[in-house]
Unconditional design. Structure first.
Length: 338
């Protein structure tokens, strides 16, 4: 499994000479896996990073190009790239939209709201006919399965467990497939103010690798048990570190975003092997990201591991998050092997 970063900026897109290394596209990530059908691209959020992503894959139209779009939530920085990415307007590029239902707004209602007068010149009816909508109402008890031949299918978690316990093949779009050939996607709610926001967990069964996408998630005093299980033992987690701790404490607490210290704490508690920091603040320059955000993360790695009360309480594996590149900054257009 590989992760491609198309956009790692939070809140609003930027472009300036001080932020060239990290880039300025808002949230858009791609999960590349052998468990996806051919020419299907699994995209996490369509922030402005979805504009270059869309251009990049246009040459796959003849191979049956299809986008599976998994949305965390409906804030602008996570959806706006959809309005200006070429595949949105090309009839023979189907799109499947998965996302939460927040205050009555699911994927379909989001499109109806965004593609309309007076906010946008193209009406939703021009684009929605090539879109499949998958509102995720009870996402914490739902799983999405992907198989290279079978495609995508949602199951209730209890239903899915009966197949895993009996080691039986799982039904996907009317046929049955071996679970060991699938990508299994599970979900939990993040802590993001008044928004319903999803963190996705991807378990690639053939390689047994786990990737977590957890953006727009604010530090919590403790890690709730369900969320700890969701994060547990991931090979890679990409998490929201928009604010340094002093700024968070003085000004931005309650805005729905995390800190490097909070992320390292969750990583050690949940036994995560590698962490990417994302949702960079629009005001964070490359130097700020390296000297403040990254340094805070490194300090937290050392301090928390040396804190016996913390390590004993959470039974922390002290060999975790010890190497320099075990925690890194997400930069636009980078690719990471999980
Ligand atoms: Zn955001
Ligand atoms: Zn948000």
């Amino acid at each position: 499994m590989k992760i491609k970063i198309w956009g790692a900026r939070g809140s609003i897109a930027i472009s300036n000479a001080d932020s060239i290394k990290a880039g300025g596209n808002t949230t858009c990530y791609e999960v590349m896996s052998s468990c996806l059908p051919p020419a299907t691209h699994l995209i996490l959020d369509t922030g402005t990073g979805f504009v270059p992503a869309g251009w990049h894959y246009l040459n796959e139209i003849s191979q049956g190009l299809h986008f599976a779009l998994l949305f965390t939530h409906w804030h602008w920085d996570h959806i706006l790239g959809l309005t200006l990415s070429p595949p949105t307007f090309i009839d023979n590029i189907p799109m499947s939209l998965y996302g939460p239902v927040d205050n009555g707004i699911g994927p379909k209602e989001m499109i109806q709201h965004v593609f309309r007068r007076p906010f946008f010149p193209v009406d939703y009816q021009r684009v929605c006919h090539k879109m499949n909508f998958h509102p995720l109402e009870n996402f914490d008890v739902t799983i999405i399965v992907s198989h290279p031949e079978g495609g995508f299918q949602q199951h209730q978690f209890d239903h899915y467990m009966t197949f895993t316990q009996k080691n039986q093949p799982i039904p996907i779009n009317g046929k049955e497939y071996n679970l060991s050939e699938c990508l299994i996607i599970t979900m939990q709610a993040t802590n993001h103010g008044n928004a319903t926001c999803i963190s996705y967990r991807f378990h690639e069964m053939p390689t047994n690798k786990v990737f977590i996408f957890c953006t727009d998630h604010e530090d919590q005093v403790s890690v709730p048990l369900d969320f700890k299980r969701h994060l547990a033992n991931a090979d890679l987690a990409i998490m929201d570190a928009q604010y340094d701790l002093p700024r968070y404490t003085q000004k931005t607490g309650g805005f729905g975003h995390g800190t490097p210290t909070g992320i390292i704490k969750q990583g050690l508690i949940a036994n995560i092997k590698k962490i990417g920091l994302t949702h960079h603040d629009p005001g964070s320059t490359d130097i700020f990201l390296e000297d403040i955000i990254m340094q805070e993360a490194k300090q937290a790695m050392t301090q928390l591991r040396e804190n016996a009360e913390f390590t004993d309480l959470f039974k922390v594996d002290k060999t975790l998050l010890t190497k320099q590149d075990d925690v890194f900054l997400c930069y636009d257009y980078a690719e990471i092997e999980v």
